[in-house]
Design a protein around this ligand. Structure first.
Ligand SMILES: Cc1cc2nc3c(=O)[nH]c(=O)nc-3n(C[C@H](O)[C@H](O)[C@H](O)COP(=O)(O)OP(=O)(O)OC[C@H]3O[C@@H](n4cnc5c(N)ncnc54)[C@H](O)[C@@H]3O)c2cc1C
Length: 474
């Protein structure tokens, strides 16, 4: 039997008063996520200040059989960073590991602590005329370690790739407390198995990331943003095909937005005005960016002319300044807040082949509306990555408990349609706890065996973020 009081007292003397929180008030900030989900209180919250302290905390947990919850900016959306209802997990927050360790503008790399907030890494890169291109709505709070653990994507994946493509080296504290130091800044390295890629998207189940070498890009010196009105999802996909070819690989974002999301954005941010003179069923928010002497304005105008001539684009607004561009992006950000204010709803992050998006949206909408005609569907997303948030707002008349049951049934129907399209139930947020059943149901026996084997190899005692991705018993 573990004497948790003396275990925690020893951790307090290791980490100091700031380093260990035990009072419920002090821990409150660490038990819920962006969506407001809370499962339970942890044993305590450890806030180590450096890699050595993380390793020592993990060593002691391993020796005592105490389960650990690595935690970044708690913006994850699958309850992976939340301590379990059992009250027996130690949260290990990375928030005090927030130093930029080095930047090399010639090698185009930045070496950071895992607790650095994404926005701060972007600013540090910009000071050296470089760009760290990962961009997402939670960038003011999510941490690099969380981005690595969830293999985050965001708005610019179609040009720069997901986190998997942006990490060159990692420092990880393994579940037994040993430190795997592979902070390599090499752009090419083909020696054997690529162990570090296993940590990308591992959701804190294989170890705690404490540092990373990230790949930078030249900082774009110019960009152009456009918000366009379109008649159909098919027109959106056809325009995407044109844009990919005609924008010389300079396309950085291509977002699908339905009319309802424009309304939700205006509800959340009343100072926003309808962006175009008329309302259109579908919108595209797109951006091109470049360094050097390229005429982006002419490129975008040419694309729009072609799009209009082919009846793909009905109207559009082109931003002619950074302020106008920020205003157009405000719709994309505010619509998330608008949805959140609607309370309980089904949030998905699925993917399908880009060319299949129109058929999928039609089929999935039919199935959902047949099952529940009073629901509202809002399908938006990073179309250039085949990644849709096919979200469902339940009837507001239902109680919260009824909404949950209702949405769960609809999610199953939606995922069945997705299976017909050979899609993925998670292109962004990962599995965590909330998608575990749907994930396991779709694993082949051989996949299940290999995945369980990897987990057991790294974490034989099953103490690192237990119950996320795989159930506790593997
Ligand atoms: C408004 C909003 C917009 C978003 N947009 C996108 C988007 O466009 N694309 C996208 O991919 N995602 C998006 N997300 C979700 C995305 O997963 C998170 O924003 C982010 O990557 C998680 O980082 P975090 O630091 O908040 O991690 P947390 O939420 O704290 O943790 C997430 C998972 O990672 C683990 N973890 C955290 N830190 C570490 C570490 N140092 N070592 C090991 N494991 C760790 C946790 O245990 C947990 O399992 C969005 C979320 C919000 C709220």
């Amino acid at each position: 039997m573990i004497d948790t009081t003396s275990f925690l007292n020893e951790l307090a003397s290791l980490l100091g008063e700031r380093g260990l929180l035990r009072e419920p008030d002090a821990m409150a900030r660490y038990v819920s996520d962006w969506a407001g989900v809370t499962l339970g209180m942890p044993l305590a919250v450890a806030r180590p200040a450096n890699t050595e302290e993380v390793a020592e905390v993990v060593r002691r947990c391993y020796a005592q059989g105490i389960a650990m919850t690595p935690q970044g900016g708690h913006s994850g959306l699958v309850a992976g960073a939340l301590p379990a209802a059992s009250g027996q997990e130690l949260v290990i927050s990375l928030e005090r590991l927030d130093n930029v360790r080095a930047i090399d503008p010639i090698n185009f790399t930045i070496t950071v602590d895992a607790g650095c907030i994404l926005e701060n890494v972007k600013l540090a890169a910009a000071e050296h005329d470089c760009d760290f291109p990962l961009s997402l709505g939670a960038q003011g709070s999510c941490q690099i370690g969380g981005n690595i653990a969830t293999n985050a994507g965001g708005l610019n994946v179609l040009r720069y790739g997901m986190m998997r493509e942006l990490v060159l080296g990692l420092e990880v504290v393994l579940p037994d407390g040993r430190v795997l130091d592979s902070l390599s800044a090499l752009h090419k390295d083909n020696r054997g198995y690529d162990l570090q890629q296993l940590f990308l998207g591992s959701e804190g189940t294989l170890g705690i990331v404490t540092g990373a070498v990230l790949k930078l890009s030249p900082r774009p010196t110019q960009n152009r943003t456009a918000l366009l009105g379109l008649p159909s999802v098919q027109a959106v996909i056809d325009l995407y095909g044109l844009a990919r070819r005609d924008c010389c690989d300079l396309l950085t974002a291509f977002e699908l937005i339905p009319r309802r999301c424009i309304e939700l954005a205006i509800e959340a941010t009343p100072e926003l005005r309808d962006p175009l003179e008329s309302a259109y069923p579908w919108y595209v928010l797109m951006e091109v960016a470049a360094t050097g002497p390229v005429d982006l304005g002419a490129m975008l105008e040419q694309l729009l002319e072609t799009g209009m001539a082919r009846d793909l684009v009905l109207d559009g607004a082109l931003a002619s300044s950074a302020t106008q561009s920020a205003q157009l992006w405000q719709f994309r950000e505010s619509m998330l807040e608008g949805q959140r204010r609607r309370g309980e709803h089904l949030r998905t992050d699925i993917s399908i082949p880009i060319s299949a998006i129109p058929d999928f949206v039609t089929r999935a909408s039919e199935v959902v509306m047949d099952a529940s005609p009073e629901c509202e569907i809002i399908a938006y997303g990073h179309v250039g990555d085949g990644n849709l948030h096919f979200n469902i707002l339940p009837p507001i008349t239902l109680s919260n408990a009824d909404k949950k049951a209702h949405l769960h049934a609809l999610e199953e129907r939606l995922f069945e349609v997705l299976d017909d399209f050979h899609g993925s139930i998670s292109a962004e947020h990962g599995i965590g706890r909330t998608k575990q059943a749907a994930y396991l149901a779709r694993l082949s026996p051989i996949e299940r065996e290999l995945i369980s084997g990897v987990k057991t190899l790294f974490d034989p005692k099953g103490l690192m973020n237990p119950g996320r991705i795989l159930p506790n018993d593997g």
